[in-house]
Design a binder for this molecule. Sequence first.
Ligand SMILES: Cc1cc2nc3c(=O)[nH]c(=O)nc-3n(C[C@H](O)[C@H](O)[C@H](O)COP(=O)(O)OP(=O)(O)OC[C@H]3O[C@@H](n4cnc5c(N)ncnc54)[C@H](O)[C@@H]3O)c2cc1C
Length: 240
Amino acid sequence: MAKVIAEMLVESVKMELPDVKTVRFQWPEGYDPGEFKTGQFITVYWPHKTKYKRAYSLSSSGLDRGFYEVTVKRDGKMGTSVVDWVEAGDKMFVIPPTGRFLPVFDPPGKHLICVAGGSGVTPFRGFAREATARNLDTRITILYTVRTTQDIIFAEEFRELEAKNPRFKFHVTCTRLAPEDPWTGRRGRVTPEWVKSFVDDPANTVFYACGTNAMVEAVEHLVIHDLALPKEQMKTEKWG
Ligand SMILES: Cc1cc2nc3c(=O)[nH]c(=O)nc-3n(C[C@H](O)[C@H](O)[C@H](O)COP(=O)(O)OP(=O)(O)OC[C@H]3O[C@@H](n4cnc5c(N)ncnc54)[C@H](O)[C@@H]3O)c2cc1C
């Protein structure tokens, strides 16, 4: 069945951070999204600005039915309009999920190392939710770079998922904390050494990087040049 563009009601919104909002779009009556998967993105637009369309990764998972969730940072025209204006009861058009940034759950036993910067962590919530809900033996390690501890999206949910799922780990590094900040976690940029310290079975590791082009390209370079792994073991989602 052909995938249909649908006007969807905003069922609810949640401010994750002062500049980051999760929007839940309710599927309309009789809506059939066709097959879609965790890690894909939807494209949304306002009814009064039909030419201005933007992609957002699903932060919900492919197991979630009846709604889509996306998590948007206040940035640029669409990002700002969503964070500042979208509220429950609004309607936006939604182009169904597409994309190839998919978690490798099959064959089992893979280790997914997911590197994210800022809002680039959004699809990885779906990865962790699905693996935990299905009790998969896939290991997922998120390596998350943010400026300060105030910028960590989904901190609480990722800690809860870690408590439920011993194969899921969430590691944060902060790049711009004041020296006197009490944070005891890692500081500084993502380095090859840091990433390498999580790789114990290179042949069964799949790398993911999501966020700005610069961040994603740096991780690609690290995997393909520094770790000398084949391109097939690296999946990227570049947001520009
Ligand atoms: C597959 C995919 C998935 C995505 N998923 C997400 C997601 O889950 N969450 C999310 O928040 N975003 C996501 N994005 C990004 C999103 O699609 C938008 O690009 C983002 O919200 C910015 O909105 P915009 O494109 O309207 O910004 P634009 O107004 O087109 O601006 C684009 C960029 O240029 C910068 N800019 C604009 N004007 C200026 C200026 N005068 N000087 C300097 N810089 C300027 C903006 O800050 C912004 O970073 C995704 C993108 C892709 C391709």
